[in-house]
Design a protein around this ligand. Structure first.
Ligand code: IFM
Length: 455
């Protein structure tokens, strides 16, 4: 199994807004997700993350559950408005204290903290000043990074600047289904650029404040494939792959933005002020700051079908649309080979020093049975098959160093509210009771017996 190396890390992941609750406690400022979820009509079930899993108050218990599962590492994010309620300036010590307590509890239990600095909860005050489309937010992020890494950097040795900048820019600024809910292509492109720029600008700050630490960024990557050999489907594939994968990977690895996409965006008049006017001198160099690892979040592949093929010519394609039997509750296709493909491609093309699967998991709504047991066999099969795909990638030379299951516990799934359950721990949102699902017991067993040759 993946696990011949004794240093391979098995973990689980969460993010601040999805689990913490305590949305306005101990001096925390409002985030764009507080504002967005409080806006009627934005969240499917009308719920908010005000309480979520109440992890802010129950973190000790949650760390004990991680220990029970035998996790080597835990990936969580920090809520920027807990630390700097005004976005910049005055530091809220009580916010920092919470994360200090969490880090200490993890270390006391032998669990390595992997800290994500930005998993989408921008202080609302910064949004009011323009948010990520505004270049000034880059400086604000560096200031926030400095405060956090000075405080935790002696103990936290793995830092992730951003989680999924594609979601923060495209879903938040173009599609409008994530906070702040804007729908503007120009702003989305600027936001994506400033997210990447802030990553690169933060890297040296993290290295200076957290000696000996490793730094990376996490991308949501989607292996894409044309549905047929037609030119139209191939072009749909090129655009999709460019938009979601290459637009982020290329500049991070010193290649500037992909010229084919730049041409597309110019044609569609998405470039504010002309071609790449938002890219200033030295930006590419800043973005491509050498990192220690790349985090890959993998959930699905995309089969690309052109809209340009007229209905009457729309024959069955070489790759049929996958049916509901291979989809999770959120309607994403289960396709473990895609994990192999994307890991291998990233390794072969961009050569990151090291990779982590920083998220992979499935939404299945299995609930406690009469005995209080959650028999989530589909999640066990999902994890087993994806672990095997990662193993194949490692056998082909991919330097994969760890794997974080999404998610440690059921939580607030953004625009879907609490309708999707990704956790290996069941959460009763009324009582806050936690139950280890069968998948958590399976994972515990896997880590103990198979992984790292511990037995
Ligand atoms: O819940 C999210 C997470 O916050 C980011 N990656 C995908 C997960 C499932 O949608």
């Amino acid at each position: 199994m993946v696990t011949s190396s004794k240093t391979f890390l098995w973990g689980a992941a969460t993010s601040s807004y999805q689990i913490e609750g305590a949305w306005n406690e101990d001096g925390k400022g409002e985030s764009i997700w507080d504002r967005y979820a409080h806006t009627p009509g934005r969240i499917k079930d009308g719920k908010t993350g005000d309480v979520a899993c109440d992890h802010y108050h129950r973190y000790q218990n949650d760390v004990a559950l991680m220990k029970q599962i035998g996790l080597d590492a835990y990936r969580f994010s920090i809520a920027w408005p807990r630390i700097l309620p005004e976005g910049r300036g005055a530091v809220n010590q009580r916010g920092l204290d919470f994360y200090n307590r969490l880090v200490d509890a993890l270390l006391a239990n032998g669990i390595q903290p992997f800290v994500t600095l930005y998993h989408w909860d921008l202080p609302q005050v910064l949004q009011d000043k323009g948010g990520w489309p505004a270049r000034a937010t880059v400086e604000a992020f560096v200031e926030y990074t400095d405060v956090v890494t000075r405080s935790l950097g002696d103990r936290v040795k793995n830092w992730i600047t951003h989680n999924e900048p594609w979601c923060a820019s495209v879903l938040g600024q173009l599609v409008g289904v994530h906070a702040p809910g804007a729908q503007d292509a120009e702003s989305a492109l600027c936001a994506a650029h400033h997210l990447l720029l802030s990553h690169g600008a933060a890297v040296p700050v993290i290295r200076a404040n957290s000696l000996g630490s490793e730094v990376g960024i996490t991308l949501n990557l989607i292996p894409a494939v044309p549905a047929s050999g037609s030119t139209a489907d191939y072009d749909a594939y090129r655009q999709y792959d460019g938009h979601i994968n290459r637009w982020f990977l290329d500049p991070l690895y010193g290649r500037d933005y992909p010229p084919d996409l730049v041409r597309d965006y110019m044609r569609k008049a998405y470039m504010p002020g002309g071609e790449l006017a938002f890219v200033k001198a030295d930006d590419y160099r800043t973005i491509a700051a050498p990192c220690d690892f790349l985090g890959v979040n993998y959930y699905m592949r995309e089969i690309c079908r052109s809209q340009d093929i007229p209905e009457e010519e729309n024959q069955p394609r070489d790759i049929p649309v996958p049916g509901p039997e291979v989809r999770t509750d959120i309607n994403w296709e289960v396709h473990p080979d895609g994990l192999f493909e994307i890991l291998y491609r990233v390794h072969a093309t961009y050569r990151p020093r090291k990779l982590y699967v920083t998220e992979n998991g499935s939404s299945y709504g299995d609930a406690p049975d009469a005995e209080g047991r959650v028999r989530d066999e589909r999640r066990i099969a999902y994890l087993r098959d994806h672990f095997a795909a990662a193993q194949r990638a490692m056998e082909q030379g991919v330097p994969l160093a760890g794997y974080f299951v999404w998610s440690l516990m059921d939580n607030f799934e953004w625009g879907e509210g609490f309708t999707q359950r990704f956790g290996i721990i069941w959460v009763d949102y009324e009582t806050q009771e936690r139950i280890l699902k069968d998948s958590a017991h399976w994972y515990a067993d896997f880590i103990r017996t198979t992984a790292n040759g511990r037995e």
